[in-house]
Structures are given as structure tokens and as C-alpha cells.
Design a protein around this ligand. Structure first.
Ligand code: ADP
Ligand code: NI
Length: 218
């Protein structure tokens, strides 16, 4: 089976898993992550098939999106084997998608992603910042019933993964300080760092404007 056929079967698999998502992790997000991974790949010597496969699949086993991540991963590994991926490739893809999330980075920093994984992580994190990042945070926050803003609630620092996922006192604006503004300095590749500069400014301008309006500063 050639690489193009493998990727088009993987694409269909992801669509079937995430096509109905209403939290900002739908197929449009996947498409942007794949396109960005392709762009970053132009300047990096990583394995293209593994990188793009991981980009397509990165949210299909996420614990906030599927009820049983373990069985989702087992099903995915079986699927990749049926596409004639080698066990080394399956292992690399599995490692990337189980370790690349921001949530995971809060609980375990004692590992390094292979270059392929660093690229997918950068592509995913670039989609969480800038204008699209702002929109996704509002979409996700609305879906989970977060308040828009409460100046008396300070952003949380040094969160565990469990605290990060606990949204009881979360506000959409605090999410920027707890995660989104920090992503720029966590990126791996130069291509991603360059793209992040402008997106960071878009978020800072948005937050400035938001607070001015909130405080009726005209
Ligand atoms: P990761 O998979 O890297 O851990 P997340 O699940 O934290 O990523 O985030 C995925 C998307 O959901 C991002 O665009 C992010 O901004 C948004 N999101 C996550 N948590 C919140 C939150 N508490 N409030 C608003 N948006 C959130
Ligand atoms: Ni994602």
C-alpha cells in the first residue's frame, strides 16, 4: 500500500471518530494541524508519513474526547497494522499522540518527543493561539459552561493535569494566562516560533481590548 493511500485511509478514520465533535476538536482543527505540519516539515528532516499520520490521529485517543482512551489506542494500533505500518512506526505514532498534549506536559516532563512529534505538537499548539485560538477557547469554554471573566478569580499556576481539567472556577479569559500565552515559549521548531510571534500579539491585543471594554475605559 503506498503512502498516499495509507494517509487517505487514516483521514477517513479520523473523520469517523471526530466528525461530530462540538468542542473545537472537529475535523476542521485536524485539517489545519495537518496543513501546518506539512508546512513545518518543509524545514525539518522528519519522517513525513509518521508525522502526517500522527497529525491526523493526534486527537482520536484524547481522554477529554473519548470515554476509554486505552481501548481507543488499541483499536487505532490494530488499524495501523492493517495498513501495513511497521511496529516501530506504530510505536512512534502511539508515543507521540499519548505524550504531546499540553495536559500531559503538566504531569510528566521527563521525556522528549521525536522530531516528528515535535512538529505535530507545534502544529497543534499553533492552532490554539491567534484568532483561531481565541475562537476555540470561547467555543470550548461555552461548551463547558465557563464564565467569560471574573477579575476576582486569579489565573491558576503550577496546575496538575487534574486541576487543569477541573473547570469549576475556570474563566475563558483566565485560560489565556493559564495556557495560551505560554505556548509560544514551549514550541519546538523555528518555523512554529516565527508564526507564533504574530499570533501572540493578536491575543495580547484582544485581551487588552477586552479589559478596556470590561472596565468601560473608552
Ligand atoms: P491539549 O490537548 O494540548 O491538552 P487542550 O485540551 O488543553 O489541549 O486544549 C484544546 C483546545 O481547547 C485548545 O484550543 C484550548 O484553548 C481549548 N481549551 C482547553 N481548556 C480550556 C479551558 N479551560 N477554557 C477554554 N478553552 C480551553
Ligand atoms: Ni488537537
Amino acid at each position: 500500500m503506498n503512502e498516499l493511500t495509507k494517509l487517505s485511509k487514516i483521514k477517513a478514520y479520523t473523520k469517523s471518530k471526530l466528525g461530530a465533535d462540538k468542542t473545537g476538536h472537529g475535523y476542521d482543527h485536524i485539517k489545519r494541524v495537518v496543513t501546518m505540519a506539512e508546512k513545518i516539515l518543509e524545514s525539518e528532516a522528519a519522517d513525513k508519513l509518521v508525522t502526517l499520520a500522527a497529525a491526523y490521529l493526534h486527537d482520536t485517543i484524547d481522554d477529554k474526547l473519548v470515554s476509554d482512551p486505552k481501548s481507543a489506542l488499541a483499536e487505532l494500533q490494530e488499524f495501523l497494522a492493517s495498513l501495513e505500518f511497521t511496529s516501530a512506526q506504530i510505536e512512534e505514532i502511539s508515543f507521540i499522540i499519548t505524550h504531546m498534549s499540553f495536559a500531559h506536559s503538566l504531569q510528566d516532563d521527563d521525556f522528549q518527543l521525536p522530531l516528528s512529534g515535535q512538529i505535530v505538537q507545534d502544529a497543534d499548539w499553533l492552532d490554539a493561539i491567534g484568532a483561531i485560538g481565541i475562537t476555540r477557547a470561547i467555543y470550548y469554554g461555552g461548551h463547558h459552561g465557563e464564565k467569560i471573566y471574573n477579575p476576582n478569580l486569579l489565573p491558576r499556576t503550577n496546575m496538575t493535569k487534574e486541576e487543569y481539567r477541573n473547570l469549576d472556577d475556570e474563566t475563558i479569559i483566565n485560560h489565556f494566562y493559564e495556557k495560551l500565552l505560554n505556548l509560544k515559549d514551549m514550541l519546538n521548531t523555528q518555523t512554529a516560533k516565527n508564526i507564533a510571534e504574530h499570533r501572540q500579539q493578536v491575543m495580547l491585543d484582544f485581551l487588552d481590548e477586552f479589559k478596556n471594554e470590561w472596565n468601560s475605559v473608552v
